[in-house]
Structures are given as structure tokens and as C-alpha cells.
Design a protein around this ligand. Structure first.
Ligand code: HEM
Ligand code: HEM
Length: 175
């Protein structure tokens, strides 16, 4: 039976975004506790560069999705699983755009200039201290929530692969 799969561009962007998000979460959560061993400033600078990259990749992913909708799920997928998957996917897109915006706002209130990989200067937003502080709090809560959602999403993918054995992972394969 032919399995409908995501196209290569969508699957490639998914893999790239997934790898970047995992690194982003580790850099974000690790920067403070590891500050005595690794340069905290460098970790956060890399975090900002990769976070801005995720923002642009997500816009590209969503634009592509308009013309290339996801392949239909098998008819056997229960309604609650369909709804849960759709919900988590859209919440992901909201976080993939919202977290970089919050990160940008919080960093705009900080003392360091913003750029993308040292190549492109990014102008700061004219934020007040209270807006930057609110963005900071929301970014921390949002970042931790995203880490939990990623765990749930990966566990769901592995459950399908090894318990349900319905080859769901193959829908997102690159090659
Ligand atoms: C780490 C960050 C990750 C993020 C932010 C993420 C995000 C997403 C999003 C937004 C979708 C929906 C795609 C769409 O319909 O437009 C999706 C689908 C999917 N993801 Fe991830 N993902 C991540 C990691 C992973 C990992 C590590 C795996 C594998 C173990 C995985 C397996 C899948 C699969 C199989 C689908 C397709 C589900 C379906 O067939 O409907 N994801 N992911
Ligand atoms: C999808 C993209 C992003 C994710 C998943 C993410 C995630 C995180 C996480 C998990 C933390 C650690 C929170 C904590 O302290 O417990 C963090 C911190 C931080 N992020 Fe992001 N982030 C993203 C994008 C960005 C961007 C684009 C910027 C700036 C342009 C940014 C700036 C920062 C800064 C400055 C901190 C340190 C905050 C502090 O002092 O505690 N982030 N981020």
C-alpha cells in the first residue's frame, strides 16, 4: 500500500528546524548554569542567531505549506489523534514564530547590538524596560513549554513507530 508522505522540501525543513530547536533549547537552558565553564555570552549570541534563523525558516515552511498541504492521515487514525496532532502542530508554528519575536523584544532591551551571524545588522525595536521584561518572562516560560511539547511530540512519533507500527515516521522522511 502506498503511504502518502510529506514532500522533500517540507520534510527537509522539518528536520533542519527540529535540529535547530533542540540546540536552541539546550543553549537557552544551559547558558546560565554552564556560565563558569563555557562563555555564556557566546552561547547566547549563537542562540540568538539560530533563533532568528528558525523564524525565517518557519515563514518559508508556512508559505510552502499553503501550496503543498500535508498528506492525508490514514483513514484508520482515530479522530482524537487527528485533532491532537493538528493542535500540537499549530501550537508549534505559533511557538516557532512567537519565541523568536519575544527573544528579539527582550534582546532589544539589552545592552548588546543585534546581528545575524555577524553578517547582517538587525535594528533593535524601540522597547520600554517593562515591555522587554515582560517579553523576557514570556520567553522563558514559552521556551520551557516548547521543550515539553517537543518531548511529547517526539514520544508520540516514537510510539507510532514502535508500538503502533503504522510507519508514521516515514511520512516525514527526507530521502
Ligand atoms: C524538535 C523540534 C520539532 C519540532 C518543532 C517539530 C514540529 C513539527 C510540526 C510543526 C509538524 C507538522 C508539520 C505540518 O503538518 O506542517 C511536525 C510533524 C511531524 N514530526 Fe515533528 N517536530 C520536531 C521534532 C521531531 C522529531 C525529533 C521527530 C521524530 C522522532 C518528529 C516527527 C514528526 C512526524 C513523523 C511528523 C508528521 C506527523 C504526521 O504525519 O502528521 N518531529 N513536526
Ligand atoms: C524558536 C526559537 C527560540 C527558542 C526555542 C528559544 C528558547 C529559549 C529557552 C528555552 C531559553 C532559556 C529560558 C530560561 O532561562 O530558562 C531561552 C533564553 C533566551 N533566549 Fe531564546 N529561544 C528562541 C529564540 C530566541 C531569539 C530569536 C532570541 C534573540 C534574538 C532569543 C534570546 C534569548 C535570550 C537573550 C535568552 C536568555 C534569557 C535569560 O536571561 O534568561 N531567543 N530561549
Amino acid at each position: 500500500m502506498d503511504l502518502p508522505i510529506y514532500d522533500r522540501f517540507a520534510a527537509g525543513l522539518h528536520s533542519l528546524t527540529a535540529a535547530l530547536v533542540i540546540v536552541l533549547i539546550l543553549l537557552g537552558l544551559g547558558a546560565e548554569p554552564l556560565r563558569d565553564r563555557i562563555d555564556e555570552f557566546a552561547m547566547l549570541m549563537l542562540h540568538k542567531w539560530l533563533g532568528m534563523t528558525v523564524f525565517v525558516l518557519t515563514l518559508a515552511r508556512l508559505a510552502w505549506r499553503i501550496g503543498h498541504p500535508p498528506p492525508p492521515l490514514p483513514d484508520t487514525t482515530p479522530a482524537w489523534q487527528r485533532s491532537a496532532a493538528h493542535l500540537v502542530h499549530w501550537v508549534f508554528y505559533a511557538f516557532l514564530l512567537g519565541l523568536p519575536v519575544l527573544g528579539y523584544l527582550l534582546s532589544s532591551g539589552g545592552p548588546y547590538p543585534l546581528n545575524w551571524f555577524g553578517l547582517i545588522d538587525v535594528p533593535k525595536a524601540p522597547v520600554t524596560k517593562s515591555l522587554a521584561d515582560a517579553a523576557h518572562r514570556a520567553h522563558v516560560v514559552g521556551g520551557i513549554t516548547m521543550a515539553v511539547l517537543v518531548l511529547v511530540h517526539v514520544c508520540a512519533a516514537l510510539w507510532h513507530q514502535f508500538v503502533q507500527r503504522d510507519r508514521l515516521l516515514a511520512r516525514m522522511r527526507i530521502g
